[in-house]
Design a protein around this ligand. Structure first.
Ligand code: NAD
Length: 304
């Protein structure tokens, strides 16, 4: 049995912590909001008054926070968890999706204090967190990865060591940049098909076995009908919210800017998801790109 401190019991963190409890671990949770704390207690966990209190005696610390600023605030500085845990044998695992630079900075600060740390962002969404079927993309030292693997396996089905510090975050934003571009591409094909009078199901049947085939088309089709499980059939209820896609595309653009990578389609996808958010659609599934694009005049997007 492992003693785990779990910081951030939100939409993803709470069900992940519940799976650790189900696997027989002791999970001391911490969150800023009362409903998140109550849900963890209801699942059989205990709650600490602060993150510093949660990590006392912890073998493993897992964080699942909104963004890089929260992760830096949690771990760095005189009141941060790295200072609190320095000299202990605790392993730190940040599962939040954050910028590569923050992930590397925090891992370096941990290493300077003698602590092992992994960046281990996930894909699979809330459904995957509940089902324990998440994919973990892990960056960090091989020994730390080996130590974390059985624990991550209690929350996920596919656990991949992507490389050194920051490689997990790098894999996550590269994958999601590709996903955002693919969603816009598939949506555009259906917008054009509608205008040309081509039946949507016919386009699906042809492209799903032709060279336009891709995961967005065959597993997450943005038009209602061809793929019954896709959010398009539930009035675009998220799923994976457009706001989170915008966040990941923005992180990808920050990383592209910092590294000098040419990513013009990623930049354009970030602008288009920015416009989708401005249209009040941030909370809808990211496949809302299709009806949003269908409602745009060609001229209005020509120069965006
Ligand atoms: P969320 O907003 O539901 O949860 C974050 C939780 O962290 C909140 O409950 C908040 O109160 C808590 N928190 C913030 N600062 C804190 C602090 N200092 N101490 C303790 N608690 C603190 O977000 P989420 O949907 O659970 O996402 C978490 C991370 O996972 C994000 O980085 C997100 O991008 C990523 N992610 C989300 C999904 C998804 O589908 N929701 C999928 C993959 C990855």
């Amino acid at each position: 049995m492992t003693r785990i401190a779990f910081i951030g019991l939100g939409n993803m963190g709470q069900p992940m912590a519940a799976n650790l409890l189900r696997a027989g671990h002791t999970v001391i949770g911490c969150d800023l909001v009362a409903p998140a704390r109550a849900a963890h207690e209801q699942a059989g966990g205990t709650i600490a008054a602060s993150a510093r209190e949660a990590v006392v005696g912890a073998d493993i610390v897992i964080s699942m926070l909104p963004a890089g600023a929260e992760v830096r605030a949690l771990y760095l500085g005189a009141n941060g968890l790295i200072a609190a845990l320095a000299g202990s044998d605790a392993l730190l695992i940040d599962c939040s999706t954050i910028d590569v630079e923050s992930a590397r900075d925090v891992t370096a600060a941990a290493a300077a204090a003698g602590l092992a740390m992994l960046d281990a962002p996930v894909s699979g969404g809330v459904g995957g967190a509940q089902a324990g079927s998440l994919t973990f993309m892990v960056g960090g030292e091989a020994a730390a990865f080996a130590r974390a693997q059985p624990l991550l396996a209690a929350m996920g089905r596919s656990i991949v060591h992507a490389g050194g510090p920051g490689a997990g975050q790098a894999a996550k934003i590269c994958n999601n940049m590709l996903l955002g571009i693919a969603m816009l591409g598939v949506s555009e094909a259906f917008v054009l098909a509608d205008r040309l009078g081509l039946d949507r199901q016919k386009l699906f049947d042809i492209s799903s076995t032709a060279s336009g085939q891709c995961w967005v088309l065959t597993s997450y089709c943005p038009v209602p009908g061809p793929v019954p499980a896709s959010p398009a059939n539930r009035d675009y209820a998220a799923g994976f919210a457009a706001a989170l896609m915008l966040k990941d595309l923005t992180l990808a653009q920050q990383a592209a800017e910092a590294s000098g990578a040419a990513t013009p389609l990623g930049a354009h996808a970030a602008r288009l998801y920015g416009a989708i958010a401005e249209a009040g659609l941030a909370g809808r599934d990211f496949s809302i790109a299709f009806p949003w694009l269908a409602g745009q005049a060609r001229a209005s997007l020509a120069k965006s």
